[in-house]
Ligand binder design. Structure first.
Ligand SMILES: [Zn+2]
Length: 239
């Protein structure tokens, strides 16, 4: 494969190591399936794996990391991303992307969160009228903390834009009654006419832009390079 830059060359080379025993020094186990992985690849992109591999955890000693609470297809998507910088959503992409966002949050992989937001935007914009939109919203509101606005603001905005159609769907009405956080966000959005919270930030460290909501006050990281800072408000891109 012809690679045009050192980074592209490295990315193409890294793909060869996905689930390869060459230089593998850690096993990822989920639902009985094992993946041959590489500590350097995991730790460079995930603070959670970095802690698991470096600390006094039993994972560090045994060379096997068990992920008993995660779904295998979502773990596979995560591992695919760590080696390929992309993943393929299966059937029902809205729910799949929401789950990938959740696992990226859990294992602290900011670049995967960014990719999941990008893919969610496309899937929600095209699939909001499908039966699984309410399920995707449920997934988003149950799998991430309330102060993580990335996907919440996205689905609230789309839902409000199509509320007339959606309010005819029984599943969607049940969702409004049951998912309290969602219903509250819908009311707030409608009262204000828009969400000002999703902003585009230009990272001073990597120079790339990312969309999302940086909580004011505490340190928050760039969704592209992972560098932390507390003054994201000063780096909002105005259009
Ligand atoms: Zn950055």
């Amino acid at each position: 494969m012809a690679a045009s830059s050192p980074v592209a060359y490295f990315q193409a080379a890294l793909k060869e190591y996905f689930n390869s025993s060459n230089f593998s020094d850690v096993i990822i186990r989920c639902e009985g399936k094992e993946y041959k992985a590489h500590r350097l690849v995991l730790c460079a992109q995930s603070k959670w794996f970095s802690n698991a591999c470096n600390g006094d955890w039993k994972e560090a000693a045994e060379g096997t990391i068990e992920l008993p609470d995660d779904d295998l297809p979502i773990v596979e998507a995560m591992l695919n991303f760590l080696y390929h910088f992309d993943y393929q959503a299966s059937t029902s992409p809205m729910i799949f992307n929401a789950k990938v966002y959740g696992i990226a949050d859990k294992y602290n992989i900011p670049t995967l969160k960014s990719k999941a937001i990008e893919k969610s935007r496309k899937s929600v914009e095209t699939c909001w009228s499908m039966d699984d939109f309410p399920h995707a919203i449920r997934e988003i509101y149950s799998s991430t903390p309330g102060n993580d606005r990335g996907l919440r603001d996205l689905v609230v905005k789309i839902a409000c834009e199509h509320m007339e159609t959606l309010s005819e769907q029984p599943e969607f009405r049940i969702l409004l009654e049951e998912a309290y956080g969602f219903a509250a966000d819908v009311v707030l959005f409608m009262a204000k006419g828009s969400f000002e919270r999703i902003k585009t930030h230009k990272c001073p460290n990597c120079g790339k832009t990312w969309e999302g909501v940086a909580p004011s006050g505490p340190n928050y990281y760039c969704l592209r390079c992972g560098s932390y800072r507390s003054d994201w408000e000063a780096h909002v891109v105005h259009r």
